[in-house]
Each structure stands twice: as structure tokens, then as C-alpha cells.
Unconditional design. Structure first.
Ligand SMILES: NC(=O)c1ccc[n+]([C@@H]2O[C@H](COP(=O)([O-])OP(=O)(O)OC[C@H]3O[C@@H](n4cnc5c(N)ncnc54)[C@H](OP(=O)(O)O)[C@@H]3O)[C@@H](O)[C@H]2O)c1
Length: 330
């Protein structure tokens, strides 16, 4: 039997990485190595029980990445913005300050994490694929109009860093643009207080704006497998289970739940001023409204264009399986 190939999963204890690790753990041809800051967490222990090699490492510590990536054939990297942003915002707000510097802080951390992972991967001779979980940089595409969603900006920065600073790694790099998680607040309507029992999706987009939706834990691993095993490097995949307009989101949810739901457009400014939604969250939605979810990214492919069809469950079918009495009571 040929020796197993090694895939290193960065962020393996999180939503995206767990899905990738679980997918590859089922494939006899692969040895799965998971990087975590805390090898003793429940999530790390669960991965170990399933057969993963769990090693301690930190995206702020380049030497730990060099060790983790040794002899790897594939590396999956997801960088997380929110681990920095939420605590930084909480501190700023507790001091009575604007939350906005939290975005700059989280941008600095996420881009450093991405750079460290890229530089470490670029030095691995055995590497065949480097899969990065990306989002488009909004300010460059919009000529400086949308600059405030740094969780998009940071991932766009990392993509540019690979292409410009690590051209050899770029030749081995497929990108996965992950759609909005099914758990995203965008996809949970609120009970419309002006009606008797009607639900409203209040969103800062036009009714024809399309949002890709993905059950990240069920589907990401399957898409990453396709990018690692079957696709050419250089593929930029928009990964989703369903790709629906704002109006369709309300229709699908209504059909599945049996409750009336409507789409209610709202200006981003009103969402910020009246509902307290931060610009970190809102600016990317305004960008999507004008440019699309992968606005400015050239050559994006969608799941149906993959060489082997990745069969994931539609959002509507996922919703139909839910216990609506419990969901609506919550
Ligand atoms: N929500 C959405 O709709 C959506 C859509 C597209 C993209 N995204 C992006 O997805 C990202 C979040 O991914 P997720 O949901 O998988 O996150 P998550 O479940 O919160 O997991 C975060 C992961 O990052 C790892 N991590 C954090 N800091 C680290 C460090 N310094 N060194 C090594 N590992 C570190 C954690 O590992 P340990 O704690 O074990 O070390 C954990 O595995 C965000 O950047 C977000 O912008 C979200």
C-alpha cells in the first residue's frame, strides 16, 4: 500500500476546519494533521479519537508552523477574524470608546496569521496544494468605497500576498470563497412586530441580490477535497449549497417553516443607526449588494462546474429537516 499523503488543517477545531478534517479522516489515502493552540480542548480530543494527529501550534509562531507543515502534501488554512474583533470591541465599548479600532486590530492579526501560514507553506518542498479560505478585498474592488469590513479586507490581503510575494506557492493554490453560513444572522428572520405571526428578513440589500448559503460543517470538507484531489491549482471556488436572491431566501424559509415570511430591504445607514449593527458587519453587505459576493474576483467557478459534482444538500432541504416547533419557540 502506498504511503499516506499528509494534509495539515489549520483551524481544525473550528467550523470550517472540523469539516475539512472530518472529510479527510474518512479517506484511507490521507493522514490528517490538525493544528491547534490547545491540544487538550474537547474539539482537539475528538479529532484525536477519530484518528487525527493533533499538534500544538499557533499562527503567531512561525516556527510552530514550520514543524506542523513538515512533509505535507496539502495544507488547508482558515484565518479567523472574530477571535480578535469581539474581545477588542468589548474592551473599547467598556471604556466608552468607538468600536471601530477593533477592526484595524483584527485586520492586523488576521493578515499576520495569513502571512505566517503562507510563508511556512511556501517553504515545504513536498507541498502540492495550499487551500486558503478567502473572501474578496472590498476596498480595492470598489475604489475605496467599501473599506470598513476588515474581515473581507484581511482575506483579500492574504490572497494578494500569496500571488505577489509567494508566486511559487500561488501556482499550487486553489481558493475557496465560503458562502454565508446557514447559522449566519442574515438567514434568521425576526418576528415582524407590526403583524400577527409574520416573519421578516430585514436585510441591507436589493431583492435581486444573491447570497450564497452553506452548511459549513456538512459541506466545506467535500469542496476542499475536490480542490485538493481533483481540481487544477488556481481554481477559485465559490462554495455554497444554495445561491438565492434576498427575495428567494424569504420564500424558501416560508415554504420550509410553514410560516409567512417577507423580505424587507433597509438602508445600511438605518440598520446601523436604528438596529445597532456595526459597520464591520454592514459594509461587506453593502459591497455584496453592489458587486456580488465575490465581486472583483476573476474566474470564479461554482459547484456545478467542478470536475466531479459535489452533492451537498440544498438550504431548503436542510430547513425542511428542522423541528420548527422548537426553532420558532427559541
Ligand atoms: N460566518 C459566516 O457566514 C462566514 C462566511 C465566510 C467566511 N467566514 C469567515 O470564517 C472565519 C471563521 O471561521 P470558523 O467559523 O471556522 O471559525 P471558528 O469556528 O471560530 O474557529 C476558529 C479557528 O481558528 C483557530 N485559531 C484562532 N486563532 C488561532 C491562532 N492564533 N493560531 C492557530 N489557530 C487559531 C482556532 O483554533 P484553536 O482555538 O483550536 O487554536 C479555531 O480552530 C472568519 O474569519 C470569517 O470571516 C465566515
Amino acid at each position: 500500500m502506498p504511503a499516506k499523503k499528509i494534509i495539515v488543517v489549520v483551524g481544525a477545531t473550528g467550523n470550517q476546519g472540523t469539516s475539512v478534517a472530518n472529510t479527510f479522516l474518512k479517506l484511507p489515502a490521507w493522514h490528517v494533521r490538525c493544528l491547534t493552540r490547545n491540544p487538550h480542548s474537547d474539539a482537539a480530543s475528538a479529532l484525536r479519537t477519530q484518528g487525527a494527529q493533533v499538534i500544538q501550534g499557533d499562527l503567531t509562531d512561525p516556527a510552530s508552523l514550520t514543524t506542523a507543515f513538515q512533509n505535507a502534501h496539502a495544507v488547508f488554512v482558515n484565518t479567523d477574524f472574530w477571535t480578535t474583533w469581539y474581545p477588542a470591541k468589548a474592551v473599547l465599548c467598556a471604556e466608552g470608546k468607538s468600536y471601530e479600532p477593533a477592526s484595524e486590530m483584527a485586520f492586523a492579526v488576521e493578515t499576520l496569521h495569513g502571512k505566517n501560514a503562507v510563508d511556512a507553506a511556501a517553504a515545504v518542498p513536498s507541498l502540492e496544494r495550499f487551500v486558503y479560505s478567502a473572501l474578496p478585498g472590498t476596498s480595492k474592488v470598489s475604489n475605496g468605497k467599501y473599506t470598513r469590513s476588515k474581515h473581507f479586507e484581511a482575506k483579500g490581503w492574504v490572497v494578494e500576498y500569496i500571488s505577489k510575494q509567494q508566486p511559487e506557492l500561488w501556482k499550487k493554490t486553489p481558493l475557496i470563497y465560503v458562502g454565508a453560513y446557514t447559522t449566519n444572522r442574515l438567514l434568521t428572520p425576526r418576528l415582524d412586530p407590526t403583524s400577527s405571526g409574520r416573519y421578516a428578513f430585514v436585510l441591507p440589500v436589493k431583492q435581486e441580490t444573491r447570497i450564497p448559503i452553506i452548511n459549513v460543517q456538512q459541506s466545506i470538507g467535500q469542496f476542499v477535497r475536490a480542490l485538493v484531489e481533483e481540481e487544477e491549482p488556481g481554481v477559485k471556488l465559490l462554495a455554497y449549497d444554495s445561491y438565492l436572491t434576498a427575495a428567494e431566501i424569504a420564500e424558501v424559509w416560508s415554504r420550509a417553516s410553514g410560516k409567512e415570511a417577507v423580505f424587507v430591504p433597509i438602508a445600511p445607514e438605518a440598520m446601523h443607526d436604528k438596529m445597532g449593527v456595526t459597520w464591520e458587519h454592514l459594509d461587506s453587505q453593502a459591497f455584496i449588494n453592489e458587486y456580488g459576493y465575490t465581486g472583483g474576483v476573476v474566474g470564479v467557478v461554482e459547484p456545478a462546474q467542478l470536475k466531479r459534482k459535489v452533492a451537498t444538500k440544498s438550504w431548503e432541504d436542510q430547513l425542511k429537516e428542522m423541528n420548527w416547533t422548537e426553532v420558532l419557540a427559541a
